[in-house]
Design a protein around this ligand. Structure first.
Ligand code: NAP
Length: 330
């Protein structure tokens, strides 16, 4: 008899009402695959881009990119995981909003015993993103202790991890957020300065904080609303890493603008390039686990929803009503 799993899928792109709870068969893992029984699943803004069709995928589409649980079965050729292992991942293809799934083993790593399943599920996609941004997406000459950076949406899932990680690296992180309460939260988690960008001009405030110099790097996941102004926050030769579109896609850029604003660099990185190989995924995960287990980075879960209430979770995330990480419980 085959195993069954509850799962969330969409049959058409659109709003949260498209998220349907279905039941489906889960088979045995093929070569290079595992079957995992989830204990918790992480929620990410990318799930919204996939639900709306901003990031295209074939339909019907099972959603979810992040989870943690127990390995139930291992396919041929998989040597880094065994049945019974605690495991966690951030991975393509989508399909994590479920009780159990078969998936490529390449992006799945063993989860240390010291990290509980909810934390594992909440931190893999967001934590690995901060890892590659702060360690691997740096301006010319790198980032040194004392350097100022600007990080937008600093009280969100990725944002609160970035505040703490930057503090551990000795960086002066200037965080933006959409309310005074969110600003206070970012400051509590290590942002050296905070700006409520709903009511303050963040370009003027960044100039003021840096004595007119600007920052060496801006990490911008807000996109359309902030992109051009983010360029104005940079010191000459600075780097703008646009890694998301929470407010909408960035319009096409006239590259000549970068010269006039001080020989700037722009990058559009994505986690999935960084975790393309198993070796690299493991090295990045080891760094992340080290940061969490040392206490330098705490993973804050502020929202928990049962799987069947995933539509509410999407509404809250889109409405800017969340802080820190959100997880689906099973
Ligand atoms: N490229 C990559 O590798 C990668 C990987 C992971 C995540 N990301 C991106 O990083 C960002 C953060 O992801 P997350 O999952 O941790 O989400 P999140 O930061 O918890 O939530 C998104 C936040 O963006 C801010 N925001 C600003 N304008 C918004 C708007 N018009 N609509 C909705 N939100 C708006 C809100 O914070 P305020 O109210 O404080 O403005 C909101 O809470 C997302 O853009 C995501 O796509 C990219």
């Amino acid at each position: 008899m085959s195993l069954r799993s509850r799962a969330i899928q969409i049959d058409a792109f659109g709003g949260p009402e498209q998220l349907k709870l279905v039941e489906r068969d889960v088979g045995e893992p093929g070569p290079g695959e595992i079957r995992i029984r989830h204990h918790a699943v992480g929620l990410n803004f990318i799930d919204i881009y996939q639900r709306t069709g901003l990031y295209p995928n074939a339909l019907p589409l099972a959603l979810g990119m992040e989870g943690a649980g127990i390995v139930e079965a291992v396919g041929e050729g998989v040597s880094h995981l065994a049945v019974g292992d605690r495991a966690a991942y951030a991975s393509q293809p989508p399909g994590a909003y479920c009780e159990r799934r078969v998936m490529p083993a390449r992006s799945v790593v063993q989860l240390p015993d010291a990290i509980d399943f909810e934390t594992g599920a909440a931190m893999m996609l967001k934590g690995l993103t901060v890892q590659y941004l702060l360690r691997g997406t740096q301006p010319q000459g790198g980032l040194q202790p004392g350097d100022a950076i600007l990080f937008h949406a600093a009280a969100g899932g990725v944002g609160l991890i970035a505040c703490q990680w930057a503090r551990a690296m000795g960086l002066v992180l200037i965080g933006t957020a959409g309310s005074d309460e969110k600003c206070a939260l970012a400051a509590e988690h290590g942002a050296a300065h905070v700006i409520n960008y709903r009511r303050e001009d963040f370009v003027a405030r960044v100039k003021e904080i840096t004595g007119g110099k600007g920052v060496k790097a801006v990490y911008d996941s807000v996109g359309a609303d902030t992109f051009m102004k983010s360029l104005d926050c940079l010191a000459p030769f600075g780097l703008l890493a646009n890694f998301g579109n929470a407010s909408g896609k960035v319009p096409p850029l006239d590259i000549g603008v970068l010269g006039g604003k001080g020989s700037l660099y722009v990058s559009r990185p994505t986690l999935f390039t960084h975790i393309a190989t198993r070796e690299r995924t493991q090295a990045m995960a080891d760094d992340l686990f080290g940061m969490v287990m040392s206490g330098a980075v705490a993973i804050r879960i502020d929202q928990r929803y049962p799987l069947a209430q995933v539509a509410q979770a999407h509404r809250d995330l889109e409405a800017r009503a969340t802080t820190g990480c959100s997880v689906l419980t099973l």
